[in-house]
Design a protein around this ligand. Structure first.
Ligand code: SF4
Length: 349
């Protein structure tokens, strides 16, 4: 995997870029002005290890809520702004750690200049969030549609304007709802600038199809050393987005402090109920931030080998289950004792 070589940008207490770990972010799905519900959702996201949370700020009531939310939470908060530049200014004043603006719907240079001025004064980062569905009119007029080149040109225009105004605290995203344009846009922009990149496939879909789409798109880019923070966009709870984000990073070995469950697909040789054991174990330990490898294997064909390589593992064998720990046979238990035994051992690791 290639190394990333980007500028470092600070978002609250989190640094992104260069060799900093890839930060996982999501977006709340409550009404921001309902600050109690939003705080509750963010608290849950904190518990499962979300690094940065973004909230939509569509109106002044959300700005009022923002102040209350920021007081109660422990993760950096990003304000997502469209159309109204004054909301961007107010969100910065309310204490947002970063704001996201879309050049497709805030294009008046004077207004952007005002945003840059206050962001600079308060050392707040800005994400230039390009979206294939909302490119500025003059770019669409030039290219006819939201092509890769159109999206990149839009980003480069904004970067230039930011830099001309002495603003460099910038993160870039170029999201399309298909993998090809997303991958090619990020590849192209990363060859032209070294600002940190926020990766995502926009409107990826439901938990099932959106997870696959995001894993492929983000996986390709991350493997190529492109991307400093990720957001998986799913029509599902934000917790699901964070979990999928972790799975993507874990699969690429970009995040190590998390459990990995190895489970065989099972077949007629299986002597224990691998599917339900693996599912139950995974649901219990998914949110742990500990590097552990757990193997659940149906029989002795591949079972002992996989289980031995794991920190803790189980394999079915002649009506009994063999528990392996750190490469050695540890004990034999009855099939209905497997889950309890594994969870107990995992706790002690
Ligand atoms: Fe089948 Fe055994 Fe392989 Fe599992 S480990 S898939 S039960 S042969």
């Amino acid at each position: 995997m290639k190394e990333r070589n980007t500028k470092i940008v600070r978002i609250g207490f989190i640094n992104i870029g260069n060799s900093y770990p890839i930060a996982i972010q999501t977006m709340t799905k409550t009404l921001t002005k309902d600050y109690k519900a939003t705080i509750k959702q963010i608290k849950r996201l904190e518990e499962i290890g979300c690094h940065i949370v973004r909230v939509a700020v569509p109106d002044n009531e959300s700005i009022t809520a923002l102040k209350k939310i920021i007081r109660e939470i422990n993760v950096p908060l990003v304000a997502d702004i469209h159309f109204d530049y004054l909301l961007a200014i107010k969100a910065i004043e309310a204490g947002a750690s970063k704001i996201r603006i879309n050049p497709g719907n805030i294009s008046d240079k004077k207004k952007i200049k005002e945003i840059l001025s206050i962001a600079k004064e308060r050392n707040i980062a800005i994400r230039i969030g390009i979206n294939s569905g909302s490119l500025e009119k003059k770019i669409i007029d030039k290219y006819g549609q939201a092509t890769v080149e159109a999206m990149v040109e839009s980003a480069l225009n904004s970067i230039k304007y930011f830099e001309d105004n002495d603003f460099f605290n910038t993160v870039i995203s170029l999201k399309a709802n298909d993998i090809r344009r997303t991958v090619e846009s990020y590849r192209l922009i990363s060859s032209k600038t070294n600002y940190p990149l926020h990766l995502g496939i926009t409107e990826a879909g439901t938990a099932f199809s959106g997870t696959i789409k995001s894993a492929i798109g983000l996986g390709i880019l991350l493997y190529e050393g492109i991307g400093d923070t990720i957001r998986v966009s799913l029509s599902a709870d934000p917790e699901e987005e964070v979990r999928v984000g972790y799975e993507i990073l874990k699969s690429l070995d970009l995040y190590k402090d998390a459990p990995v469950v190895i489970a065989c697909p099972t077949c007629s040789r299986a002597e224990i109920d691998v599917q339900s054991i693996a599912k139950e174990i995974e649901s219990k330990i998914n949110d742990m931030r500990k590097s552990i490898r757990i193997a659940v294997m149906g029989c002795v064909v591949n079972g002992p080998g996989e289980a031995k390589e794991a920190d803790i593992g189980v394999t079915g064998s002649k009506g009994i289950a063999i528990i392996f720990k750190k490469g050695r046979v540890y004990k034999r238990v009855l099939p209905d004792e497997i889950i309890e035994t594994l969870l107990e051992e995992i706790k002690g690791l």
